[in-house]
Structure formats: structure tokens, C-alpha cells
Write a protein that binds this ligand. Structure first.
Ligand code: ATP
Length: 312
């Protein structure tokens, strides 16, 4: 059985990703709580997509547990081919939005009555509860906070984005994700073993592998869940540039744990305790002088301090 290097906070994603292709690994995850897993509706249809679809969160309400609501009616639209970024303090519910879009959970909360409002999420006008999970997940590429690497070759790890692709395509994707030169310098190149038992990659290198995977998958929808652990600023700027490249023409949801990735977003949503408290472009929100402007000022100060400058 393939051994896995599993950052724990990503176990859920990993489980579902693996389940799609490697059913023999099911046993390994038998201990996971599968009670709340979503299932296809009996009349589920494949998601119908033209080019890049629009995505709508309409009054979305959600709680993981019975008595604790996490999202209290969140609404926003990501127009086709545009990027919307969600920012806000830790615990606001940002990553939860990404989990709902990928349908790890359904909107609503456990134990809710039949008439309790849940809101809905649509992609190209289709409620995601009414489409097959398989078609939904094929349409979405995730660059997660913490990339899962299999204990296998680096090439295998890149091709995982689209297993029918070959070596040349893996190289092309690695070049576009700016990880090719690093791989080429390794003694065994693309055949180098990575993961827990092989070469350990840095956070930035792992994210580049995830970007290469996503480039190969070439989905119309992208979720970028920014790493909570800071990369050094040079690495971070480089990753952002690569991501902008990947996100071009795709409908993209950026979960920004810092503010560095959001400046160019079509719209920025400021989430606090499960509610949208501000929305607008970077310039509009700075001009408004509210929560976002405060967060931005705070982050600029921190960045200057990290760069070794004195802040008055
Ligand atoms: P951060 O920036 O720190 O990652 P976030 O805004 O992305 O925070 P979420 O991960 O969406 O926050 O979490 C929102 C709230 O939901 C938190 O209070 C968290 O404790 C809770 N939560 C997250 N996952 C679960 C879960 N699986 N079961 C129960 N509660 C959860």
C-alpha cells in the first residue's frame, strides 16, 4: 500500500481525493468519521459547464455542530473567470466557505428542522447539492494550505493532477509552476522519491507541486486556500505570481489568511464571525477606512518589521 505523508488538517481532503481513485486505501481511513459525508442525490445530474462558470453563495448558513452556527447568511458572487478573495480574522469561517464549495459538507447544520433556511451554492446556476460529486470535483482544482505528498516519485505527485498525462506534460506543468529547475538539479530528477520516506520539500516547493498538479488538471474553477504558515516573502511573491498565471480566466475563490494575495481580486469579502462585514475592491476598501483598511495597515507594519525596518 502506498504510504502517505498526511498533514492532519488536510486529512479530509486527502480522504476524498484518494477515494476517487484508490479504493484499496479505504481501510486506512476507516477511523475517520464519515457520518456527515455528503452523498449524491438520487436524481443528481452531472454539472453542466460551458467555459468558466459563475459561482453564487446565496444566504449560506452553516454549522459543523448542532448548537454552533459558523456562517450566518453569507452571500457573494464570483463572476465567470474572476477572482473573489475572502479575508478576515482567524476562525471567521473563511476555509469553511471553500469546504462548502467543494461539498465536503452541505449547507445547513445537523439537526436543523425542515423549514430552517440554509441558503444555497450554485455553479452556473446549478445548486451543487443536485449535481454528482464526481463532476463537481472534476470541475474544481484546489491549491490547499498544506499540500499532500504521496511517498512516491515527484513525477507521480505532479501527474496525480491528471494520471493519464505523460512525462512531457509533467515537465511542462513543472516549468510553469517554477519547480522544474529544482527537480532537474536532483540526482534522480523526476524519479526522486518525496514525502515522509523520501526527500522532504519545503512549504513553497510543496505548493509549487500543487500548482503543477492544478495546471495539469486545468479545471474551470479554482480554490486557493492560502498557507497559514508564512513562506519567506520572496517565495511568497513568486508563488503569488504563479497563481495569478494559473487563475487567469478561471473562476477563483481565494481564501486569504494574510492579505498578500488579494490586491488584484475582482472583489474582496471581509468575513467576521460568519458574516460579511465589508466588501469591495482593494482600493474601495482602503478608501472606506474600515476593517479591511485597519487589517491592511497592520499587515504593512508587520511586513516592514519582518524586513528589518524600524517602524515609528
Ligand atoms: P483561519 O484563518 O484560522 O484558518 P478560518 O476563517 O479559515 O480561520 P474556519 O477554518 O472556516 O476559519 O473555521 C471557522 C470555525 O469553525 C472555527 O471556529 C473552527 O473552530 C470551526 N471548525 C472548523 N472546522 C470544524 C470542524 N470540522 N468541526 C467543528 N468545528 C469546526
Amino acid at each position: 500500500m502506498i504510504q502517505l505523508y498526511i498533514p492532519l488538517n488536510f486529512l479530509g481532503v486527502l480522504y476524498r481525493e484518494i477515494k476517487q481513485s484508490l479504493t484499496d486505501l479505504d481501510k486506512m481511513f476507516a477511523l475517520l468519521d464519515k457520518e456527515r459525508e455528503v452523498a449524491d442525490a438520487p436524481d443528481a445530474q452531472p454539472l453542466r459547464l460551458d467555459a468558466a462558470p459563475d459561482i453564487r453563495f446565496e444566504d449560506v448558513r452553516f454549522g459543523y455542530e448542532r448548537d454552533r452556527d459558523i456562517l450566518h447568511g453569507v452571500s457573494f458572487t464570483i463572476p465567470a473567470g474572476k477572482t473573489v478573495a475572502v479575508v478576515g480574522p482567524s476562525g471567521a469561517g473563511k476555509s469553511t466557505l471553500a469546504r462548502l464549495l467543494y461539498r465536503f459538507y452541505d449547507v445547513g447544520r445537523p439537526g436543523a428542522g425542515p423549514h430552517e433556511p440554509t441558503g444555497r451554492i450554485t455553479i452556473a446556476g446549478q445548486d451543487i447539492r443536485h449535481v454528482t460529486q464526481d463532476s463537481l470535483r472534476r470541475a474544481i482544482g484546489i491549491v490547499p494550505q498544506d499540500t499532500v505528498l504521496f511517498n512516491d516519485t515527484i513525477e507521480y505527485n505532479i501527474l496525480y493532477g491528471r494520471p493519464d498525462a505523460g512525462h512531457d506534460e509533467a515537465v511542462r506543468a513543472a516549468r510553469a509552476a517554477h519547480i522544474h529547475d529544482f527537480i532537474a538539479r536532483l540526482p534522480k530528477g523526476y524519479q526522486t522519491l518525496v514525502g515522509e520516506r523520501g526527500l522532504k520539500l519545503s512549504g513553497g516547493e510543496k505548493q509549487r507541486v500543487a500548482i503543477a498538479r492544478t495546471l495539469l488538471k486545468d479545471p474551470p474553477i479554482l480554490i486557493f486556500d492560502e498557507a497559514t504558515s508564512a513562506l519567506d516573502s520572496a517565495n511568497e511573491r513568486a508563488i503569488q505570481a504563479e497563481l495569478r498565471q494559473v487563475a487567469r480566466d478561471k473562476t477563483t475563490l481565494v481564501i486569504a489568511h494574510r492579505l498578500s494575495t488579494v490586491v488584484d481580486a475582482h472583489e474582496i469579502i471581509v468575513l467576521e464571525q460568519g458574516r460579511v462585514v465589508e466588501r469591495g475592491t482593494h482600493a474601495e476598501l482602503l478608501a472606506a477606512g474600515g476593517r479591511y483598511a485597519q487589517m491592511w495597515a497592520l499587515q504593512q507594519n508587520t511586513a516592514e518589521q519582518e524586513d528589518g525596518h524600524q517602524v515609528a
